[in-house]
Design a protein around this ligand. Structure first.
Ligand SMILES: CCCCCCCCCC(=O)SCCNC(=O)CCNC(=O)[C@H](O)C(C)(C)COP(=O)(O)OP(=O)(O)OC[C@H]1O[C@@H](n2cnc3c(N)ncnc32)[C@H](O)[C@@H]1OP(=O)(O)O
Length: 157
């Protein structure tokens, strides 16, 4: 696993995202990495805080959605660089935003354990990347989801 997260390559001015921006002190600051680059598999870890509670003992679904969202967009950027045979972070920058986010809550997600997000890149096009994601707690898949990530429009940059 590489030491630098995909999000560490985002430029400073695009590092304010509530889910994954390292410049957002109030955000989740999610970090995503290759688990197996050849297989297009990625990983992120996150331990919810007490204030991320839905029902006592269980994690708030909106938090989970945002973790899937940012693991998806980060994985998409890494996959786009990979597909072009380029070093991640090299210019011109390849940046992706969420076009669509699907989340399926399969089982209650317990508080008090580290959550593991695993991504699988299933489609890479020039302007669009699809990432399928699972979120596990204690080796149980509690949530599945997918992100359709689309190249960031100039109007957002
Ligand atoms: C960027 C650096 C890091 C920043 C932090 C990470 C981001 C964190 C995640 C977020 O929260 S981002 C904020 C939430 N997202 C937005 O506000 C995006 C708002 N929507 C848009 O700006 C545009 O609608 C969008 C860029 C998503 C798409 O517009 P485009 O005109 O660029 O898309 P286009 O029509 O060219 O379609 C390109 C491909 O994407 C597909 N696509 C576009 N929008 C889609 C959609 N909504 N659902 C499914 N597919 C979609 C489209 O079908 C097509 O696929 P194909 O190539 O296979 O034909």
């Amino acid at each position: 696993m590489s030491k630098q997260a995909f999000q560490d390559y985002y430029p400073e001015e695009l590092s304010h995202c509530y889910g994954c921006g390292s410049n957002n002190a109030d955000g989740h600051q999610l970090k995503s990495y290759w688990l197996d680059e050849k297989q297009g598999e990625t990983i992120a870890r996150f331990t919810p805080k007490a204030y991320h509670t839905a029902i006592p003992g269980f994690v708030y679904g909106g938090l989970i959605a945002s973790l899937i969202d940012c693991h998806g967009t980060g994985s998409a950027a890494a996959a786009a660089y990979q597909a072009q045979g380029r070093v991640i972070g090299s210019a011109p920058a390849l940046r992706f935003v969420t076009g669509a986010l699907n989340v399926n809550f399969l089982a209650p997600t317990p508080m008090g354990v580290e959550l593991i997000l695993r991504g699988k890149i299933t489609e890479v096009k020039e302007r669009k990347v699809i990432v399928e994601i699972t979120l596990s707690a204690d080796d149980v898949v509690c949530v599945s989801g997918s992100v359709i990530a689309v190249k960031m429009p100039a109007t957002m940059g």
